[in-house]
Design a protein around this ligand. Structure first.
Ligand code: SAH
Length: 257
């Protein structure tokens, strides 16, 4: 059971999609004053080293434990940054912290907990591509670690039929190599083969690779855990920039009535 001791806090932050310049100044300031960092090891590793700061790096699938640990530490008076990649509210730790508050001891709700926005992967990918998310869009997490695959299928079909541009997060991993193929098989039943598809990998990092293609022809073997897959709607189009440059991707904000 945590006791509130003055001075303790939890700041739920996201480091952005990779490079430090895409981390907000507010997030940097929190990292500079936290006594403890709690998060998935690769995200904690991205934070600048600070003498005296304790790093509680953990494995990927223990989000609720991690959130509970952060709240316990804050109850002991520690200043705890809970670290995600991208934005902490997009398929990340803010939800786990809320779950810990919703399901844990009610006294903990008096703790000083705040959530701070970050740049999400789909925003970084969209900026590289042009304006693929300029109209209505949605984000779907393809991982079925936390929900049945049948739910993913249903949402893919609904999003495709409703003409949302779709940003797919967690499209593949070593443990789940097949799901992006299954997802595309579903999308191909609903959407036109020439639909614009962008495989935006490691955007902003040294190993960035952005590949433009179509729903019919996209090479899904290029998709990995560092990729955000953007699937256009039927208004999404390419703007040619000549042979030297990749075309821009544009989804108009208007829809012809
Ligand atoms: N909270 C994060 C998302 C966590 S889920 C955010 O807001 O971005 C992790 C997924 O994010 C990855 O599987 C990948 O789909 C996407 N992602 C994270 N960083 C990325 C980057 N630099 N380029 C492309 N996709 C990225």
């Amino acid at each position: 059971m945590s006791r509130q001791t003055s001075g303790g806090w939890v700041r739920v932050i996201g480091t952005g999609p990779g490079p430090e310049r895409w981390m907000t100044p507010e997030t940097s300031a929190i990292l500079a004053t936290a006594t403890d960092l709690v998060g998935y090891a690769p995200y904690v590793a991205r934070c600048p080293e600070r003498a005296g700061q304790i790093r509680h790096a953990s494995d990927n699938r223990v989000e609720l434990d991690r959130a509970n640990h952060a709240l316990d530490l804050a109850g002991e008076g520690r200043r705890v940054a809970v670290v995600s990649g991208g934005d902490p509210g997009v398929f990340a730790m803010a939800s786990a912290v809320m779950e810990a508050l919703a399901t844990g001891p009610v006294e903990r709700r008096a703790l000083d907990v705040t959530v701070h926005p970050g740049v999400s992967a789909m925003q970084a990918a969209a900026a590289r591509l042009g304006a693929p998310l300029g109209g209505d869009f949605c984000a779907i997490n393809l991982s079925d670690n936390l929900k049945p695959w049948a739910v993913v299928e249903k949402r893919l079909i609904a999003a495709a039929e409703a003409e949302f541009v779709i940003a797919l997060y967690n499209p593949a991993s070593k443990a789940r190599p097949k799901q992006i193929f299954d997802a595309f098989a579903i999308l191909r039943r609903v959407k036109r083969p020439e639909t614009v598809v962008a495989l935006a990998r490691a955007v902003g990092r040294p190993d960035e690779r952005v590949t433009l293609s179509t729903l019919a022809e996209a090479d899904l073997t290029l998709v990995d855990m560092a990729t955000c897959v953007v699937v256009g709607n039927s208004d999404t189009r390419l703007i040619d920039r000549g042979p030297e440059r990749e075309p821009w991707v544009w989804s108009p904000r208007y829809v012809e009535g």
